[in-house]
Design a protein. Structure first.
Lengths: 114, 112
């Protein structure tokens, strides 16, 4: 079974700082990778996804992620964070074929200080 | 389209009570799932369905039942609520063959 690790549980940044959130997965086969964001009091929204092709994926709100197959990683980045990026971020993975059971990481809470 | 809707938004139960969390989607998605979200544990899959009449267990199914009589609805039943079931519950749907899941707004459940 696949698993997902997010090593940063709580990150505090000042506005305009750069962001990188780590995500590592364990699975030997083909995977689909996602980053979801959950703003306070809201439901999960898709930030970006990787299925195949260019390993550098651009998402909404200036976020991007890079899939490095050799490192089993899919780190999320943003060059300059804003206060409105304060949220919890979840990395997730599905494997190919049939029903796509989604395995989520434990989440990283990002707090951006004005 | 309303997307994925869940009711109620909030619920407080006493230990031993039963209740049903409702989930509906209007996107004609075949796949539907229930997750619970707990602090520090991310989202964990409770039950899922790949179509009307077909359900299966996820990672944490104990204490919960589901049924899928229509494509649109996927209710989650708590048979005898326990404090350990205090959580936020999310329903999600996806089209057959699709990978991205669409989430509902969640139900915050407290069991006293």
């Amino acid at each position: 079974a696949q698993s997902v690790s997010q090593h940063n549980h709580h990150v505090i940044l000042s506005e305009a700082a750069s962001l990188e959130l780590g995500c590592n997965y364990s699975y030997g086969g083909t995977v689909n990778l996602f980053w979801y964001v959950q703003y306070p009091g809201q439901h999960l929204q898709l930030l970006l996804k990787y299925f195949s092709g260019d390993p550098l994926v651009k998402g909404i709100k200036g976020f991007e992620a890079e899939f490095i197959k050799s490192k089993f990683s899919f780190n999320l980045r943003k060059p300059s964070v804003q206060w409105s990026d304060t949220a919890e971020y979840f990395c997730a993975v599905t494997t190919s074929g049939g029903y796509q059971k989604v395995t989520f990481g434990t989440g990283t809470k990002l707090q951006v200080i004005p | 389209n309303a997307g994925v809707t869940q009711t109620p938004k909030f619920q407080v139960l006493k230990t031993g009570q039963s209740m049903t969390l409702q989930c509906a989607q209007d996107m004609n998605h075949e796949y539907m799932s229930w997750y619970r979200q707990d602090p520090g544990m991310g989202l964990r899959l409770i039950h899922y369905s790949v179509g009307a009449g077909i359900t299966d267990q996820g990672e944490v199914p104990n204490g919960y039942n589901v049924s899928r009589s229509t494509t649109e609805d996927f209710p989650l039943r708590l048979l005898s609520a326990a404090p350990s079931q205090t959580s936020v519950y999310f329903c999600a749907s996806a089209p057959r063959g699709g990978v991205e899941q669409f989430f509902g707004p969640g139900t915050r459940l407290t069991v006293l």
